[in-house]
Design a protein around this ligand. Sequence first.
Ligand SMILES: [Zn+2]
Length: 95
Amino acid sequence: MTTQNNYESASEYQADAYTVDNWGKGIAFSVLGWETAPDSDTEWSGCENRTGNLVMRMIGDDQKFSVDPGDVTELAPKDFCRECGQIGCTHNVYE
Ligand SMILES: [Zn+2]
């Protein structure tokens, strides 16, 4: 689902692109970071808590999605198009 939440860096996810199970194998996403959400303490602590999901962005689009990390698979750099984010498109692919 789409999310407007903040996120913090996810050093575990260094690849440029990933697939997400629920979206099939045709669309590449990039990981923006671990999703964080405010709780009842955030007003005075200034801290948000990780939700356990990743915030991911569809490559070629700007909508952000909240994704279970168990649904995320790393893609090889040559496996997706950097222009439109489609897997199998050879328009702008790094070898
Ligand atoms: Zn393309």
